[in-house]
Design a protein around this ligand. Sequence first.
Ligand code: TXA
Ligand code: MG
Length: 313
Amino acid sequence: MNPKESNILNGADSSSIDIAVRALNSDLLVAIPTETVYGLAARASSPSAVKKIFTTKGRPSEHPLILHVAKIEELSLWASELSKDALVLAETYWPGPLTLVVRRNNKVCDEITGGRDTVAIRCPSHPITTELLICLGDAIVAPSANRFGKVSPTSARHVAEDFGDEITVILDGGECSIGVESTIVDCTTNPPQILRAGAVTAEQIEIDCGITVASASGESRAPGMLDKHYAPNCKVELVSNRNDAETRLANLKSNGQTAEILDFGADLKTYAHELYARLRNADKRLVDVVIAIKPSMTGIGIAINERLKKASN
Ligand code: TXA
Ligand code: MG
């Protein structure tokens, strides 16, 4: 697929922000950079714009969206009640890669939450998106800017490859610094629960805030966290170490398959940063199998393992 890159605007130009604001105010979708992954944004106060996200992505309407705000003070504009834990978490990690699920007020339209009485809110830290939000004077809702069930985008070019013909404005803010989606913490339960792993871990929350968060499983997980998700076209196989990866690689090659190893040693930050780009690149080159060495279950390694498991299902 040839990316339609004429839609990519340099987000560092203020004229690009003006164009993006005009598009959002006309109920069009705009792709935005964040520190986690690129998002496909609609103005939060326009139900018809929000609906376009679901049709454009091919996403089921009952999968709720994350509301993105410019600053911490805006949390109370959309939430009906806030626990002390929610406030402490926002104060500690915002702007940054943490999404909080809280009770919503009636400013939040049903299209965003799929009719739920809770809403997921985050304050991203990418300066271009912060500026966009301030100029817009409204919140935006933004899922990852990929086709439903596919690999999330970590560059403007990835978005153009998926949606070049359908999105008129893609704000380029460079490669996403983190590379995997935000941590989601449900603050409506006691104790709060992690619904999706990300750069902010339960261990870090305990250290920074003294708040113990549980890990959710089964029904209580975030709606839309399907077992098969983040899936490239190639097959993803998981192994525990380099030796097993080499053995499997030799085996696949002798069977005439194209395969490659994903291995970043102990460098978890680079693993997270490169993961989606490498899977997308493998698809472009029609690689049959990516053999991923599972990172350690520490720090962002937990999120990487979660994504790899889903990609391999
Ligand atoms: O890093 C991120 O969070 C990125 C960037 C673009 O900000 N966004 C993102 O959005 O990952 P999306 O739509 O791909 O994932 C949103 C997740 C879904 O798993 C959804 O179920 C969960 O958030 N979610 C949204 N609202 C929720 C709610 N009210 N209760 C529980 N989970 C919710
Ligand atoms: Mg997503």
